[in-house]
Ligand binder design. Structure first.
Ligand SMILES: NC(=O)c1ccc[n+]([C@@H]2O[C@H](COP(=O)([O-])OP(=O)(O)OC[C@H]3O[C@@H](n4cnc5c(N)ncnc54)[C@H](OP(=O)(O)O)[C@@H]3O)[C@@H](O)[C@H]2O)c1
Length: 306
């Protein structure tokens, strides 16, 4: 158990920094519920899938390849699940995935948008857009908007954001530099993609008003997973050394997304950003309703031209 898990106070719901996904879902019966998870073959996605499945959910598992998802099903002990290929940086793959899921005709209770890449050292692009923005935001934008009519009446959308949204550019999103060509920094670009995930959840929640559907953004904590694969080896070594002081385990890191995906009490906080299983504070641009609307419109424009 890390030092922070011991000293950080729990929220009024009894959950906090050290709570695990199993603890947060204890007593919640997900039998009959269908939960879609992106990036379910690794890290937080895989642990969330294991726990949600343990509680009875049927899993729609998405990964870069169907084989990776099927392997993860075996490792996580998923009995009721269907695997789909969804390469988020490739709009054709995402659209095909949406079509295939719809063919199954199943209603979906939760869209858990968990997949992501972080801090690519050099500028990489897809379809002319910086790759982290494109994968983390645009890929999920295509997926979620494509599946909105498959959501159940009380359906939820959970977007994995990050405290790294604080590293986004000054105005939140640099709409005139979505290619990354004007300037590129690995962490600013990651931060921009994560504030985009947050703004997307806010705008979804706004659009859901008047219905029972809800949307949330999540910071899972800082957890050693494959997400650090692009970081330099020295940073990874320091990261490893600080594990017992500051980092969450994967079981703890998966708690907040499982909490927002399943807890009956969170629905009053639709549109909120959660960390350590409680509502948390964002930077000011992430609360900007007009910015969230603009990002939605710009994203629609991008997708329409792909
Ligand atoms: N770990 C942390 O400290 C931390 C902190 C804040 C936020 N987060 C967020 O938490 C989420 C989960 O991260 P993690 O830590 O569990 O990382 P992870 O172990 O690297 O898992 C990321 C998942 O995303 C998938 N993915 C990456 N690029 C993709 C693409 N183009 N198309 C489809 N799937 C793709 C990966 O698939 P492959 O295995 O095939 O690459 C993997 O399944 C991310 O959104 C991340 O930004 C994590």
């Amino acid at each position: 158990m890390s030092l922070l898990a011991l000293i950080k106070p729990k929220g009024s719901n009894g959950f906090g920094y050290g709570t695990t996904a199993e603890e947060v879902t204890e007593g919640i019966d997900l039998t009959g519920k269908t939960i879609l998870i992106t990036g379910c073959n690794s890290g937080l996605g895989k642990e969330s899938m294991r726990v949600l499945s343990l509680r009875g959910a049927t899993i729609i598992g998405l990964g870069r390849t169907k084989e990776k998802v099927e392997e993860a099903f075996k490792e996580a002990g998923v009995k009721q699940g269907k695997a789909f290929t969804c390469e988020l940086s490739d709009p054709k793959s995402v659209k095909l995935c949406v079509e295939e899921i719809k063919k199954e005709n199943s209603k979906i209770d939760v869209l858990l948008c968990n997949a992501g890449i972080m801090a690519l050292p050099k500028l990489e692009k897809s379809n002319g857009y910086e790759l982290q923005f494109f994968t983390n935001h645009i890929g999920h934008f295509i997926l979620v908007t494509g599946l909105l009519d498959s959501l159940t009446e009380n359906g939820r959308v959970v977007m994995l954001s990050s405290a790294a949204h604080n590293a986004a550019p000054k105005d939140g999103i640099e709409f005139d530099n979505l290619s990354g060509e004007k300037s590129y920094s690995a962490w600013t670009a990651y931060g921009q993609s994560k504030i985009a995930n947050l703004l997307f959840a806010k705008e979804l929640a706004r659009r859901f008003q008047g219905s029972k559907k809800t949307a949330y953004a999540v910071h899972p904590g800082v957890i050693p997973t494959n997400l650090g694969r692009h970081m330099n080896p020295i940073a990874i070594a320091i990261f490893g050394l600080s594990k017992h002081l500051f980092l969450k385990s994967i079981e703890q890191g998966s708690a907040t997304q499982c909490y927002t995906a399943t807890n009956p009490n969170v629905i009053q906080n639709s549109g909120s950003y959660f960390a350590d299983c409680n509502v948390a504070v964002t930077r000011k641009e992430a609360e900007d309703v007009d910015l969230a609307k603009k990002l939605w419109e710009v994203s629609e424009g991008i997708v329409s031209k792909l």
